[in-house]
Design a protein around this ligand. Structure first.
Ligand code: CU
Length: 131
């Protein structure tokens, strides 16, 4: 009886250790996306970030033509990266809902200033300048 209990507890401890190691492995191998050019910060689903122009960080980025920009959602809410203005979609790109922790990428081939916003939170705005 005592031996069975010891074996059972050892198995449980071993399973716990394996789970912890597996979690660490996922975090350290980059399966969780880390690389991004623009961050969607925490709590921007509430109005306020527009007063400090910090709904996307950075709110404005200048790149060479052909560059792929990646946004990462570090908030706990869904967001979108949608080209144009809230009352005037231009149809160039639209991420759809970006889940927390997920990314969206778009390659900018044409020159110009490209305004974008969040379709769910119209106060969120940013610009990509392609030179
Ligand atoms: Cu949003």
């Amino acid at each position: 009886m005592k031996k069975t209990l010891v074996a059972c507890c050892s198995a449980a401890v071993l399973a716990l250790i394996i789970t912890i190691l597996a979690t660490f492995q996922i975090a350290s191998t980059g399966i969780i996306p880390e690389k991004s050019d623009i961050v969607i910060p925490m709590s921007v689903s509430r109005p306020g970030c527009e007063t400090t122009n910090s709904c996307y960080a950075p709110p404005e980025i200048t790149v060479n033509a052909g560059k792929t920009i990646t946004w990462i959602n570090k908030d706990r809410a869904f967001h979108t990266v949608t080209s144009g203005y809230y009352d005037k979609f231009d149809g160039m790109f639209d991420s759809g809902h970006i889940d927390p922790g997920q990314t969206f990428s778009f390659k900018f081939g044409k020159l110009g200033d490209f305004h974008y916003f969040c379709n769910l939170h119209p106060w969120m705005e940013g610009t990509v300048i392609v030179k």
